[in-house]
Design a protein around this ligand. Sequence first.
Ligand code: DGP
Length: 122
Amino acid sequence: MRCIFCRIVAGEADGDILFQDEKMTAFRDMRPQAPTHVLIVPNSHVSSLAELLDTDSSLLVRMFSQAHHLAEAMGVADKGYRLIINNGPDAGQVVDHLHLHLLGGKRMPPNRMSLRWKDEMA
Ligand code: DGP
């Protein structure tokens, strides 16, 4: 059985697809963590960041670039958005097909490391 993201890319499973070209597909996350929550994935099955860097590193730049275009199109670019890749088990990667989360449309807290760094610099 193919992975769920491969099936969404191929149109074999439901996915609210917002963008697709020959290399990548963007669709809404089914469990949104923010008013705008989109996943951008390579069309071919790539499990990890290391695998993408080995096979098609230029696609990574294109995925980030597309994320920005989507953020603009969805009206969240001006106020800011967050891009996240959970890479591997310690990062909480659940779906074993590399994906870039685009989150926006709400004020998100700074991460704790940045807060600690800010305190140390004060
Ligand atoms: P991660 O923890 O980075 O592996 O996040 C996986 C995300 O994928 C999670 O936010 C929920 C989303 N997701 C899982 N299954 C499906 C699905 O079948 N359709 C869609 N649209 N999103 C899914």
